[in-house]
Design a protein around this ligand. Structure first.
Ligand code: EPU
Length: 339
């Protein structure tokens, strides 16, 4: 039986390094332990927050409910066919530990997603993505439990409604399910994704012509470490905003006014503009405001210089949003979950 603690600091559990308390807090290491808590009438009418790696949240105030920290561990191969391994990982595993497991066993597909902070359980929630690959490319299915009915359900890829940093768990099923495990489909014959500019550049510098999945992982780690602040040294939650996608007509007008702006055409005919570029153009890159700021190497990453409150970071985020709207008439939306 898991113990529920009172008034627990969430500081060690969020990569932004924000001081906020949970009124009640518990960790669960198994489905049975989680069910015990969810079945207990004492907690039935109390707000709940599920915490994985805490790498994609901004806590703007104390949480007046029960925080459930997922500590479920375990990785196993559940199926194999001539082309793929099917690997099931418990939601509480660290995402990068899972990537290391795949590399060690020569399983391809997640190497471009190396070093993303957070847990396995959060990976489908926001369809994590980096350097030309998204989680949905390797996703097979997941197991989740409904918080109030306790019904356990397997979600197929179609049922997850994956989009750019989106899934059904951030939309219509928000706060209804707790993800228990995720099954990934990983290749035996590796498909190398090295077309992302920064990756091909690193490989060229190292004179690697036929990269392996390990080479790709090494390149991604090098790029991430050179550009993105390590949350252990400087509190942050990765990209704070999503890159906005705009319609062709609006894009044409934007492009006429800002021909130097980088852009990417998406598969649905829209145009994605890097929010980092928009934010930098508004003068925020490297700017320090009190205990907060936009990072000097990647303006899309908001940082906590030590003692920022969640509210301070949120105030900065609103100012940034406002100035991007003023200058470019473009709305940028948060990628990070605000609590
Ligand atoms: N850029 C600027 N100024 C900046 C930052 C970026 O001009 O301060 C320009 C870059 O020069 C480049 C473009 O914006 O032309 C894109 O930058 P980058 O390659 O760094 O990627 P991003 O679009 O800013 C996205 C993801 C990252 C992911 C990288 C690499 C989102 C919201 N972010 O960032 O994901 O690692 O691509 O694939 O889609 C995360 O989700 O937390 C995250 C870090």
């Amino acid at each position: 039986m898991s113990t529920v603690l009172n008034n627990v600091s969430l500081l060690p559990f969020n990569t932004f390094g924000i001081k906020a308390n949970a009124k009640y807090f518990t960790e669960f290491g198994s489905t049975a332990a989680l069910i015990d808590i969810l079945k207990d009438p004492q907690w039935s009418n109390i707000k709940k927050m599920i915490l994985g790696g805490g790498s994609n949240i901004l806590l703007t105030h104390d949480f007046d409910g029960l925080v459930l920290k997922n500590s479920m561990r375990g990785i196993e191969i559940t199926k194999e066919d001539p082309d793929y391994f099917y690997v099931k990982a418990s939601a509480g595993e660290q995402w990068h530990d899972f990537v290391l497991y795949c590399l060690h066993h020569q399983m391809g597909g997640v190497e471009n997603l190396s070093l993303i902070p957070g847990s396995v359980g959060a990976s489908p929630m926001q369809n994590i993505g980096a350097y030309g690959v998204e989680l949905c490319d390797v996703f097979d299915s997941l197991e989740a439990i409904h918080i109030s009915s306790l019904e356990q359900k397997i979600f197929t890829k179609a049922e997850c409604h994956f989009g750019y940093r989106e899934s059904v768990f951030k939309r219509s099923l928000k706060d209804q399910y707790i993800i228990l495990s995720v099954t990934y489909r990983l290749s035996k014959e590796h498909v190398i994704h090295n077309s992302y500019g920064a990756i091909s550049e690193v490989l060229r510098q190292k004179h690697i012509e036929k990269p392996t999945i390990q080479d790709i992982s090494n390149a991604v780690i090098e790029i991430r470490q050179s550009k993105l602040p390590d949350p252990k040294q400087l509190g942050n939650a990765g990209s704070f905003f999503k890159n906005p996608e705009i319609e062709e007509l609006a894009f044409k007008q934007f492009h006429l006014l800002h021909p130097a702006a980088p852009f990417f055409k998406t598969s649905n005919g829209q145009y994605k503009i890097p929010a980092g570029w928009l934010i930098e153009q508004c003068g925020w890159k490297g700017k320090v405001i009190g205990n907060t700021g936009a990072h000097k190497d990647q303006a899309l990453v908001l940082v906590n210089y030590g003692h920022a409150t969640g509210e301070e970071i949120w105030t900065l985020a609103l100012k940034i949003q406002h100035s991007v709207k003023e200058k470019f008439d473009i709305d940028i939306h948060t990628e990070v979950n605000i609590h």
